[in-house]
Design a protein around this ligand. Structure first.
Ligand SMILES: [Zn+2]
Length: 196
């Protein structure tokens, strides 16, 4: 695993990244190019948001793997989450007292739903975490660096099999972590040319 840092001198004009012409994960000939984008957090004069684009080459096998990755992250999170939610909701709903006034009449339902939701998020995340550990040998160690589904809403990174990209503080540069050192070195020589 190797990390390359690309400086971003001008947020309104992020550098166009060049990838080696082969799979970013296994270095086999490329089959498709996956569009990846990160929000620069600034706008152009016409109000359009500036995005940093980095189309990422993948081979057919790794593309298929990337599409299956949701089966060890998002899908188990949702399934385990719903199951935990239901299993917690019922006892919490039965235990909670019903309010005596009109406003608090549904307190037991609200309480049950709230407890169920929290338990669902925790249960789903635990299952997702366990599956990530289990599948890291097959999908690469970068799988463990992907944000958990529960946090992915607040996430400021892009992840694909073999590559994880995130901004450093203040978006002064982009850090790209490659699973494959050889591809990382090639990427580095393609992009880090001019030293200031
Ligand atoms: Zn590949």
């Amino acid at each position: 695993m190797m990390t390359v840092e690309v400086p971003i001198p001008d947020k309104k004009k992020p550098p166009a990244l060049k990838f080696p012409d082969r799979c970013v994960h296994c270095a086999k000939p490329k089959h498709i190019v996956l569009p990846m984008k990160l929000n620069m957090g600034v706008q152009k004069r016409n109000g359009e948001t500036v995005m940093m684009d980095f189309p990422c080459p993948l081979c057919a096998a790794c593309e298929a793997k990337e599409r299956r990755i949701t089966y060890v992250t998002l899908v188990p999170f949702v399934m385990a989450g719903i199951l935990t939610c239901v299993l917690t909701f019922i006892p919490a709903w039965l235990i909670a007292p019903q309010g005596t006034t009109l406003q608090t009449r549904d307190f037991d339902l609200v309480f049950g739903a709230f407890v169920g939701m929290i338990a669902g998020l925790i249960g789903g995340t635990l299952v997702e975490f366990g599956l990530k550990l289990l599948f890291a040998p097959a999908y690469g160690r970068l799988l463990l660096k992907r944000p958990m589904t529960v946090l992915s809403l607040f996430n400021d990174s892009e992840n694909v099999i073999g590559l994880s990209a995130r901004f450093t503080e203040n978006k002064k540069s982009l850090q790209l972590t490659f699973e494959n050192d050889e591809v990382a070195k090639e990427f580095e020589s393609l992009n880090i040319l001019e030293k200031p």
